[in-house]
Write a protein that binds this ligand. Structure first.
Ligand SMILES: Nc1nc2c(ncn2[C@@H]2O[C@H](COP(=O)(O)OP(=O)(O)O)[C@@H](O)[C@H]2O)c(=O)[nH]1
Ligand SMILES: [Mg+2]
Length: 394
């Protein structure tokens, strides 16, 4: 429509109606023009800004990031972690064994002697030993030796009985130890340790604590998370690796645990670490196929590094008492166990199980766990153990 025509119309017709129509037409024309202009020029400024931001985002996500250029290496470099755990002195072995000392068989024996001496003391001692967590066979052995070394009369002599018990227990817990153990021997490098045991016994915690211990001794360590059943298990080990400032290898989700162990050991060989520890899943000893899988892991470890594992460490939870002995028998039968770690002695009065395990298995107990802190995993020294239990009879 012509603007001049409109103007003439307004000029010739002075009525309000025509003025309203003219204004309406002008408004429509201006609006349509604006829309056309905006279409021609592009989008609204706010749209444009949003689009620009989106494009930038896309560009960023498409640009090869440094991480995307190379596949993320499975080994987590932990060198930059500053919070390396120092090995504090921690509680004493005696404090860690307090429950066994006061409430367990040692406490019960002590109780017998604190009371008025009873006629049937011999039977009472026997009863305490037989119902303790030492285990029946070991308890019988202890009782027989006591009777042989002490006459009936001496069995009522508190100091004599105590001294004899201490001597015999000290002999039992030496079982399986090589007299040369005290001598520093040359280990192959890397020294590969397979850590096995039932779920929840404390394998991962033990691996973490050992890593911190080895690191404090100046050794380089690689931890391998071959427990692929739960993602949380690998994460738990990774946290320990970071805290101890050691290398770590985990597999892909649902990767075969044996192949994770293989890759981890190869990685450890490449990094030339001193010690490689393979943490495994809690193979329920009652499930045959799971034990078969554990055997496969052990075999594959040997393929990755001939002669490995140089040590198969069985972790047992001492709070399970006699069950721990049963587990030891089964694991030893299936994969062969070189040394035992008995955890959670701080939380139980069943510390007598250490004596039963040593006697029944004739495998050295190498470490004991007396708490959750890093320093609470202690090398097992038979003398200290016996001292902590029987020392200062009062
Ligand atoms: N009190 C105490 N707790 C421990 C000890 N060793 C391990 N634990 C705890 O036992 C639980 C199970 O340990 P974990 O290492 O996950 O067992 P895994 O399933 O065998 O790997 C964790 O809560 C640990 O902190 C110990 O010596 N004393
Ligand atoms: Mg675990």
């Amino acid at each position: 429509m012509n603007v001049k025509l409109l103007w003439n119309l307004a000029a010739t017709d002075s009525s309000n109606d025509s003025l309203f129509i003219i204004l309406l037409v002008v408004a429509v024309l201006v609006g349509a023009g604006a829309v056309l202009w905006s279409k021609k020029r592009g989008k609204r400024p706010t749209d444009l800004r949003e689009d620009a931001e989106k494009a930038l985002d896309e560009e960023e996500s498409e640009a090869p990031s440094p991480a995307a250029k190379e596949p993320t290496p499975p080994v987590v470099a932990t060198k930059q972690q500053p919070d390396v755990l120092p090995l504090a002195e921690g509680k004493s072995i005696r404090e860690g064994l307090e429950k066994t000392r006061s409430q367990g068989f040692v406490g019960r024996l002590r109780g017998l002697f604190l009371k008025e001496l009873e006629e049937d003391l011999e039977e009472r001692i026997e009863e305490v030993l037989l119902t303790s967590d030492i285990g029946i066979r070991t308890a019988q052995k202890l009782m027989t030796t006591l009777k042989e070394t002490l006459g009936k009369k001496d069995l009522t002599d508190r100091d004599l009985v105590w001294a004899q018990l201490r001597t015999h227990v000290a002999k039992l817990v030496l079982a399986g130890r090589n007299p040369d153990d005290a001598v520093e021997t040359e280990h192959p490098t890397p020294f590969v340790i397979a850590v096995v045991g039932v779920n929840g016994t404390g394998k991962t915690t033990t691996v973490g604590k050992l890593a911190a211990r080895y690191k404090a001794e100046g050794k380089s360590v690689m931890l391998v998370a071959a427990d692929t059943f739960r993602a949380a298990a690998s994460e738990q080990l990774e946290i320990w690796a970071k805290r101890a400032d050691v290398s770590f290898h985990r597999g892909e989700v649902e990767q075969d645990p044996a192949s994770v162990a293989f890759d981890g050991i190869k990685k450890g060989l490449e990094e030339r670490v001193d010690i490689i520890m393979v943490d495994t899943a809690g193979r329920l000893h009652t499930k045959k196929n799971l034990l078969e899988e554990l055997k496969k892991i052990v075999k594959v470890i040997g393929k990755a590094c001939p002669g490995a594992p140089h040590e198969t460490l069985l972790v047992l939870d001492s709070t399970t008492g006699q069950n721990a002995i049963q587990q030891a028998e089964i694991f030893h039968g299936e994969v062969g166990v070189d040394a035992i770690v008995l955890t959670k002695l701080d939380g139980t009065a069943k510390g007598g199980v250490v004596i039963g395990i040593c006697d029944m298995m004739q495998i050295p107990v190498k470490y004991i766990g007396i708490g959750e802190a890093v320093e609470d995993l202690r090398p097992f020294h038979p003398d200290d153990f016996v001292d902590a239990l029987f020392g200062n009879a009062d």
